[in-house]
Design a protein around this ligand. Structure first.
Ligand SMILES: Cc1cc2nc3c(=O)[nH]c(=O)nc-3n(C[C@H](O)[C@H](O)[C@H](O)COP(=O)(O)O)c2cc1C
Ligand code: SF4
Length: 450
């Protein structure tokens, strides 16, 4: 990653050891300052059981799983201890098109997550943490289990922990069957409990009744992995990054994929712009120009070259009409059909809709059908209006945010590139934008319309 970095612009904290030999090993982690934050955290707890939670609160760390909810505040929502179990669940489901930060992080530096989990469990008075991972990423599953084993053998996990030797912490790595909806925190909990993964009605929120109906903190991988750095380096260090944004402090992994010369993970302070990130990613592939990009995965409104200088902070991106979400940036050049891209996303959302509520279950199916018609150049008069109406009926009326996520790119695509949708009444997208020109790999240019 550092190969393409401009000095001073990147902030490799989570990614600082990725290019070290065997970066995932306990020895490499320890050689680079790993597992030192735990002692500091024990020290903090001496006088005040809420000290770690308050420290994370003051750092301004916000959840990196999409919504940007303040992490310390979330921990503080747990009710007072009653002697029963309290859990930490780490969300490593990472399934949205374009998102690819947690998986490479876990491959490269699993001990940083484990250290963050230990500190979070100490902060909330918990003894058992879970990592919920997609079952398909077997290599990551194995790596995480090996890292947990190493940490246990080295005495970071297990019994007799802490200055008094009276604390116990263990971690379970759980592989799900692979469903986007299982990234939604309450569906994740159901899946972890062995049920079908479908969202729960809230309230009660997981802080009050989460895993096995006990108080539970659910955080994204990157949120928890950011904790040791804050404890080690201090609040001032953390808040200096992103200081130009309204309320987005620290560092984050920006995943850049698509038509750039050097796609990959770029860990940078919040407030960096897409123009800077694009430069570090080597720019758009030779002889082409930027047409549009997804700034926050496939669920956020699209951005165009007009947005290149928007500071990438949560509020700033919302102010410019989109959402920063998971910073999964997919870049598309002028060879790409917007209709085709959104049609693929419509396939995804229809496939991943869990079926619990009617607007999303039925609406994603209808939207997919219409998108396929438009993509094939067989759209019917009124299709665009119908598509927009269905999207509006899903948005805000679904049981969970997957419904909103499915409708957002469709509305955004129509708003920004209506003429391409209109062309879908008579001309196939593959004729206007031949796939061979945009594909980086061999591809099939047919789409089936039933
Ligand atoms: C359909 C759907 C999928 C989601 N997938 C993920 C995911 O893969 N990873 C994640 O951390 N959060 C995901 N979320 C958000 C979680 O519900 C939750 O807000 C997050 O894990 C909280 O962690 P944070 O506060 O650290 O961001 C998803 C939400 C929805 C609605
Ligand atoms: S919005 Fe979709 S994914 Fe969410 S509960 Fe309803 S059907 Fe399931």
């Amino acid at each position: 990653m550092t190969q393409y970095s401009a000095p001073g612009v990147l902030a490799p904290v989570l990614s600082n050891t990725w290019d070290k030999p065997e970066s995932w090993k306990l020895s490499t982690y320890r050689d680079n300052g790993g597992y030192q934050a735990i002692d500091k955290a024990w020290e903090m707890l001496k006088d005040d059981p809420a000290a770690i939670t308050n420290y994370i609160k003051s750092s301004g760390l916000r959840g990196r799983g999409g919504a940007g909810f303040p992490t310390g505040l979330k921990w503080s929502f747990l009710p007072p201890a009653d002697g029963g179990p309290r859990y930490l669940v780490v969300n490593a489901d990472e399934s949205e098109p374009g998102t690819c930060k947690d998986i490479p992080f876990l491959m490269a530096n699993p001990h940083l997550l484990i250290e963050g989990m230990i500190i979070c469990l100490m902060a909330i008075g918990g003894h058992h943490g879970f990592v919920y991972l997609r079952g398909e990423v077997v290599h990551v599953y194995r790596r995480l289990m090996a890292a947990v084993r190493e940490a246990r053998e080295a005495g970071y996990l297990g019994d007799h922990l802490g200055p008094n030797g009276d604390y116990s912490i263990d971690i379970t790595v759980h592989a799900g069957a692979g469903a986007y909806i299982c990234g939604e925190e309450t569906a994740l909990l159901d899946s972890l409990e062995g049920l079908r993964g479908q969202p729960r009605l809230k309230p009660p929120f997981p802080a009050a009744e989460g895993l096995y109906a006990r108080p539970t903190v659910i955080n994204n991988v990157e949120s928890i992995a950011s904790v040791p750095g804050i404890i080690n380096n201090g609040i001032e260090w953390f808040t200096a990054m992103g200081a130009d944004t309204k309320n987005s402090r620290g560092h984050g992994i920006f995943s850049i994929s698509g038509h750039v010369k050097n796609p990959g993970q770029f860990e940078a302070p919040f407030g960096i712009t897409m123009r800077e990130l694009l430069e570090m990613a080597g720019g758009i592939r030779e002889g082409h120009e930027l047409k549009f990009y997804a700034i926050g995965g496939s669920s956020a409104p699209l951005f165009t070259p007009d947005h290149l200088d928007v500071p990438l902070g949560y509020e700033e991106v919302v102010g410019a009409g989109s959402m920063l979400a998971t910073r999964a940036i997919q870049v598309f050049d002028e060879t790409v059909s917007v209709v085709r891209v959104i049609s693929r996303w419509a396939d995804f959302y229809q496939h991943e809709s869990c079926g619990k509520c009617t607007p999303c279950r039925e609406g994603t199916f209808w939207m997919r059908q219409i998108m396929h018609r438009l993509e094939a150049g067989k759209g019917q008069e009124g299709d665009i209006e119908l598509l927009y109406e269905i999207a509006n009926n899903i948005f805000g009326r679904s049981f969970c945010a997957l419904g909103d996520a499915a409708s957002t790119p469709i509305k955004s695509g129509i708003d920004l590139f209506r003429s391409e949708f209109e062309a879908g009444y008579h001309t196939p997208a593959a004729e206007l934008f031949p796939i061979e020109k945009s594909a980086l790999f061999a591809a099939k240019s047919e789409v089936s319309v039933k």
